[in-house]
Design a protein around this ligand. Structure first.
Ligand code: GDG
Length: 498
């Protein structure tokens, strides 16, 4: 492998980092503003880079000229991959989101193992591989993102691609008892082992992957401790590591102090009549545990009646994947529960749960983060959960309380500052809400100080450089160690290291 600085970077993800829309018959491209793009854009610009993915519209030919213009705007090349309506239905909604998504979040009973989905998944990964191969040069470094593209390396190797290939999984990797339910388990593992580096969010997910590999490939040999290990199999070496994704801390911290957010936050406080705001923000997704959270809020109001009329719980649900029937059923379940709880507890001038079903503007989002005294983030399973980190970065007063599911990847990093809960334990969550409500200022400030320090230090820029370093550098002894709470916690909580 060459020096890291020599290599042009090619990022591959299901979606390009832009969203296309039609305005009065004309296509327009808006750049995405997520943390991943913010962190990767400067690297792509400095090294010269390419981002390959689906532009988000089925009609590729007409969108092509817009992409060329967007490429000039972002400073690196955007290369589209076409997806037909059938591809979208079977590869994206089907295999990726009706099989891998629930299975990898350990919700295997929600999987729909339709064999046609697998065929489509392989076909689309092969299409992606063709486009990548056309654009890759011998001295490139390729970074593939996420569960939609797990068989890409195998397809690229079959085409004769020799460039170093890295893969990062943003969602959890399940333990063997769950993973083995997948009818195509061997093919997926074999494909992943064609990458040179396979990265996970946490040590636990890395360990699950290693256990699955060991259980299926008896002659694999594993070396090394710490964030990155090496697997030797069939004469090849694959690095396997964990790299907890971070946020662009400064942009959230500064944004939360901006005059617009300040004004919005004041309005919000006024509207809530200074009641304690408990905030939940989640995509509409069954992994986020929203109905369990609502049950816990009901339990809170029953067991701790002194909180009635003293707290307002705002649950923002951001629309997502409405094409999948399970998501629509979930929306109805949430709305019914909100109705039931409000019907039972509301009083003149106070409604316990305010439910918002739409995407917030960035100013609104930051104002909610800043204003909420307590955040209640209780996914049933989550790769990381960036909302938890963003909430802390926006804590301008520095005394807000984060209640976090122990099954969010972020929990291993944030356990010392957050109140960790089991989202299935309704009473435990209610106790944590009460504890947060009662917590004195000194404890709140101390906890938030720890959280902010950790999140600021392990930001998204550090994530990008550590992942690139692990994929490109020869010597793993040079690998920067994460300064995290996680190691001891995961050892003790989730068993022995690999
Ligand atoms: C996957 C993994 C992993 C949310 N509501 C609004 C809004 N958001 C933004 C947040 C945050 C992002 O969406 C959500 O990120 P999460 O990490 O919480 O969740 P997933 O979308 O499921 O992401 C996850 C992540 O990948 C990264 O590796 O952490 O585990 O599942 O950035 O700010 N943004 C705006 N309005 C909203 O209403 N503008």
């Amino acid at each position: 492998m060459n020096n890291a600085a020599d290599k042009r970077l090619i990022i591959v993800s299901n979606r390009l980092p832009i969203s296309l829309r039609k305005d009065q018959g004309r296509w327009l491209a808006d750049p995405s503003a997520g943390g991943l793009v913010t962190a990767l854009a400067p690297v792509l610009r400095n090294r010269g880079g390419v981002w390959i993915g689906w532009p988000g519209v089925p009609d590729l030919d007409r969108a092509r000229s817009v992409l060329d213009a967007a490429t000039r705007g972002v400073g690196y090349t955007l290369v589209p991959v076409n997806l037909t309506a059938e591809d979208l239905e079977q590869y994206y909604y089907g295999f990726s989101n009706e099989i891998i998504w629930p299975l990898f979040h350990s919700l295997q009973s929600l999987c729909n193992y339709d064999p046609a989905y697998w065929t489509a998944y392989q076909r689309v990964n092969a299409n992606f591989a063709k486009t990548v191969f056309e654009h890759a040069r011998a001295d490139d470094y390729l970074w593939v993102n996420d569960y939609q593209l797990m068989t890409l390396a195998q397809e690229l190797r079959a085409l004769g691609c020799k460039v170093p290939l890295s893969f990062f999984l943003h969602i959890p990797f399940p333990p063997p008892d769950i993973f083995h339910k997948l009818p195509w388990r061997r093919q997926i593992l074999e494909s992943l082992l064609h990458f040179d580096l396979v990265g996970f969010q946490t040590q636990r997910h890395k360990r699950n992957f290693v256990h699955c590999v060991r259980s299926m490939f008896r002659d694999v040999r594993l070396y090394g401790k710490g964030p990155v290990s090496v697997a030797r199999l069939n004469g090849r070496e694959v690095r396997i590591g964990y790299f907890p994704i971070g946020i662009d801390y400064q942009s959230f911290a500064r944004g939360a102090m901006s005059p617009e957010v300040d004004a919005e936050s004041r309005n919000l406080k006024f509207a809530l009549r200074n009641r304690t705001l408990i905030l939940g923000i989640d995509r509409l997704d069954y992994t986020k545990g929203i109905p369990y959270k609502l049950d816990a809020m009901r339990d809170t109001l029953i067991r701790f009646p002194e909180l009635r009329d003293k707290v307002s719980f705002i649950q923002v649900v951001v629309p997502s994947r409405r094409e999948i029937p399970k998501y629509d059923e979930l929306k109805m379940e949430i709305e019914q529960l909100v109705g039931e709880i409000n019907g039972k507890f509301a009083e003149p001038g106070w409604v316990p749960i305010q439910y918002i079903f739409r995407s917030l503007s960035r100013t609104e989002l930051l104002a909610y983060y800043r204003t909420a005294e307590i955040a209640l983030i209780t996914p049933l399973d989550d790769g990381m959960n960036l909302v938890a980190k963003e909430y802390c970065a926006c804590s301008v007063d520095g005394n807000n309380v984060l209640i976090l599911s122990e099954f969010a990847g972020a929990a291993s990093q944030l356990r010392r500052g957050a109140l960790l809960v089991n989202p299935y334990n309704r009473e435990g969550v209610a106790d944590a809400v009460y504890q947060a409500y009662k917590m004195d200022l000194q404890e709140r400030s101390e906890r938030m100080r720890r959280l902010k320090r950790n999140i600021q230090h392990n930001d998204v820029f550090r994530w990008v450089s550590s992942f690139l370093h692990a994929g490109i550098e020869q010597d793993l002894a040079d690998f920067p160690q994460y300064e995290m709470d996680s190691e001891a916690y995961e050892e003790e909580f989730w068993g022995e290291l690999v």
